[in-house]
Design a protein around this ligand. Sequence first.
Ligand code: XMP
Length: 333
Amino acid sequence: MSSNVRPENMERITTPELAKAFIEEQVAKIRAQVGDKKVLLALSGGVDSSVVAALLIKAIGKQLLCVHVNHGLMRKNESENVIEVFKNQLDANLVYIDATDRFLDLLAGVSDPESKRKIIGKEFIEVFADEARKLEGVEFLAQGTIYPDILESIKAAEGKKAVKSHHNVGGLPEDLQFELVEPIKLLFKDEVRVVGEALGLPHGMVYRQPFPGPGLGVRCLGAITRDRLAALREADAILREEFDICGLAEKVWQYFIIVPDIKSVGVKDDSRYEGWPAIIRAVNTKDAMSATIEEIPYEVLHKVTNRIINEVEGINRVLYDLTPKPTGTIEWE
Ligand code: XMP
């Protein structure tokens, strides 16, 4: 297995030429490691797993089996985009699993944030493992591990306490042991993006803002209900659409909507209208350890607010979170 330490003299991948050289090198390495065997990959549609998928498709084509698990906590059209890019455009071997009911049934009535995170993480592994057991002849598991993940696990091994239990794929059950294929494990995020563009992945996918493993589950605060989750998904889609239009999407590190489990009294069509508030969060950071607030222009805030209160069923107020990290973490749960 190759080293988990980035050599000090390793050149940073900053140009398409350097990315192409990296791609050629990794394609050769993957072919040498895998031979004619099959490789499994959990494809979330995030930058890292997408770049690994594209690299493996280039190296071994249909020997790669991608599994996309929709946990029902994806953003609007996200799973559809993964299918469009990987199945329709790149002709990948892609299994799509809609596990929405499995996740939402388990989460029903669970309001504690860490319990929610644990349920989502555990169920994700179970759904993926169920699928892996059905497949024959798979000897390898590809993962979108990147260098900060390795640095993070070194910190964890040194006993530094985490604020939240982050979930990413890992820790498969004992009966499922694969050799790992981790072609981007020595790269930093900006390098992964340069490689992704050189592989021809869509710009929107390569420069996608970070999205946590538990997805909208940690933004639909408290016990998740399907109606509030649907409202959150619609409001979030509006915010993203408006950020695309005004150019903030290119500039702001992470921006999204949170919908808490509280209702306030409002009025609509001359009648009492109790609804949830939608909270806008837009932050900038380098490493997610601390974050500052993006000062969204008032006209954008007004437009987003008007669209959300008019277009989203169940939301009657829009608020803007001005809290930096610390004290507020980026996500609310
Ligand atoms: P917090 O809320 O801790 O978030 O300030 C810092 C960054 O991490 C993202 N985040 C996650 N990413 N799995 C992930 O891959 C997770 O479980 C997870 N939880 C939070 C968050 O969106 C922010 O970018």
